[in-house]
Design a binder for this molecule. Structure first.
Ligand code: BTN
Length: 261
């Protein structure tokens, strides 16, 4: 069962999750965390819900968050983050979440740029990072890191379209993982890695786990679609693509859809 007591029992962090809000139900943990941050909540505050009625995904999409099956978590970071490193946060979190899941289920978790985690060809985790620019233009006031991991079986809980592309750790591996344990491992690893984000050491692992390097993709950016081949993950975590006209560009926003041969 997901409860503050169970999470605290497992927690081994210094800062992350030491201020913890566990809710039965909320529209979106990111929205709730944003309210707390605007009210001055401290660095490392975490909001978790058992059910989100309006979970948010990237690019204005929703994140379906059925009751009792997932880890829906938002972490407030407020420690002098530069605007330039904000872009690295989502990719760093993707690596950390993949490592945490792998530690508990022993499975090979892949990353699809920017921030989707895949098991057995279907998405099991998404990450939504939202930032508030501070008065000092080059610094962020706070960042909300929202992580949604599908943990227990989703059989019969998704509509038929979503069922084709989304799955859960249990459905892909048969492993029944404790959400409290996963939360504790995730926060511990996040605390370690986020302190070292500027070194970009996580990028090597990001590249190793990438399921998109070498693939033909369609990039959808600001309403424009272009096809090309992914040749690398760049040093700023952008996607370097050779487009069909031979031009090579690194993109930092938008969506990449892998083309099946
Ligand atoms: C995506 O797949 O595009 C990102 C999904 C992010 C979902 C998480 S669940 C916890 C947090 N609260 C939200 O409303 N969204 C994030």
């Amino acid at each position: 069962m997901l409860s503050e007591k169970n999470i605290v029992n497992e927690l081994d962090t210094e800062v992350f999750g030491r201020k913890l809000v566990v809710l039965d139900e909320i529209d979106s943990t990111n929205n709730y965390a944003k309210l707390l941050a605007q009210d001055g909540a401290e660095n490392g505050t975490v909001v978790i819900a058992d059910y989100q009625t309006a979970g948010k995904g990237r690019l204005g999409r929703s994140f379906v968050s059925p009751k009792g099956t997932g880890l829906y978590l938002s972490l407030i970071i407020r420690n002098n983050i530069s605007v330039s490193s904000a872009q690295l946060i989502t990719s760093c979190v993707a690596v950390v979440a993949a490592e945490a899941i792998e530690e508990l289920c022993g499975c090979d978790v892949k990353i699809k740029w920017v921030n989707d985690l895949f098991l057995g060809g279907r998405k099991i985790c998404g990450i939504l990072t939202e930032a508030s620019i501070g008065f000092e233009a080059a610094k962020l006031d706070y960042v909300i890191i929202g992580i949604g991991i599908n943990v227990s079986s989703l059989k019969g809980k998704l509509d038929s379209e979503l069922e084709k592309i989304a799955s859960s750790i249990e459905d892909e591996t048969g492993e029944k993982i404790s959400r409290s344990k996963l939360c504790a491992v995730l926060l511990k690893k996040l605390e370690e890695r986020m302190n070292d984000i500027e070194s970009r050491a996580f990028l090597k692992e990001y590249q190793r786990r990438s399921m998109i390097i070498g693939e033909r993709v369609v990039i959808e950016e600001k309403g424009v679609s272009r096809a090309g081949k992914v040749i690398a993950i760049a040093d700023d975590a952008g996607l370097t693509i050779e487009f069909e006209n031979g031009e090579i560009h690194t993109i930092n926003s938008g969506e990449a859809r892998i083309l099946k041969e």
